[in-house]
Write a protein that binds this ligand. Structure first.
Ligand code: SF4
Length: 211
């Protein structure tokens, strides 16, 4: 094992132990293929599944695996009208499984996420029976302060470019604490525990994935 992989594994063990104290479950997978296998073990066939804007899910191959499997997929981007969007969100809130990544995860097992419209963090906080957070080890930070910094000075500037949002950070790469119409930081959520034991499951992946 390379020193980097060993470091990822050691760090993940620390985080997983701290997630347990917060009523969250954690696993470490060495690579994307192992992470997809773990998800398919956790999620029974015929489950309804949905997700909130996550590049990690695409990059690790999970989206393709779910499309090939026997699951009911709820894709909010399939909505063509505001009414359809509302109906799909109602379905997503009642889904069996909700997938997302995190903008940052601390060594203490806290999750940090920023969101514009708030649908992603809404489902994280409450609604779907299970939340599975997939995160590359590039999302790991030491403290909450570092996590906020990562969310707003690394994740947000890249996501605003991906989504073609007109924000200061999309131009400068640095958060200006903006009030832009396109701001993707309306909600900043720190998850310090899962209210329902085991509802939030975190799969750490020994690769760099997402932003
Ligand atoms: S500039 Fe605005 S959108 Fe960009 S990180 Fe800061 S608050 Fe968020």
């Amino acid at each position: 094992m390379t020193p980097k992989k060993q470091y990822y594994e050691n760090t993940a063990k620390t985080i997983i132990a701290n997630l347990e104290k917060r009523q969250m479950k954690g696993w470490y997978c060495q690579d994307s293929a192992a992470a997809v296998k773990k998800v398919l073990e956790l999620v029974p066939e015929q489950s309804s599944v949905t997700w909130g804007g996550t590049m990690t899910m695409e990059e690790c191959g999970l989206m393709d695996a779910l499309k090939k499997g026997s699951y009911t997929l709820i894709d909010r981007l399939a909505a063509k009208t505001p009414e359809e969007k509302k109906a799909l969100f109602a379905k997503a809130v009642c889904a069996d499984y909700f997938f997302m990544s995190a903008n940052a995860i601390t060594l203490n097992g806290e999750l940090i996420n920023v969101d514009g419209a708030g649908n992603r963090v809404a489902c994280l906080c409450s609604g779907p029976d299970n939340v599975i957070v997939l995160a590359g080890m590039n999302k790991v930070v030491t403290t909450l302060e570092e996590g906020h910094n990562r969310a707003r000075n690394t994740a947000a500037p890249i996501n605003t470019l991906r989504l073609n949002k007109k924000t200061p950070c999309s131009v400068t790469g640095k958060c200006a604490d903006c009030q832009s119409p396109d701001c993707i930081c309306s909600q900043i959520v720190v998850t310090r525990r899962s209210h329902i034991p085991g509802r939030i499951k975190v799969i750490l992946i020994g690769e760099e994935l997402g932003y």
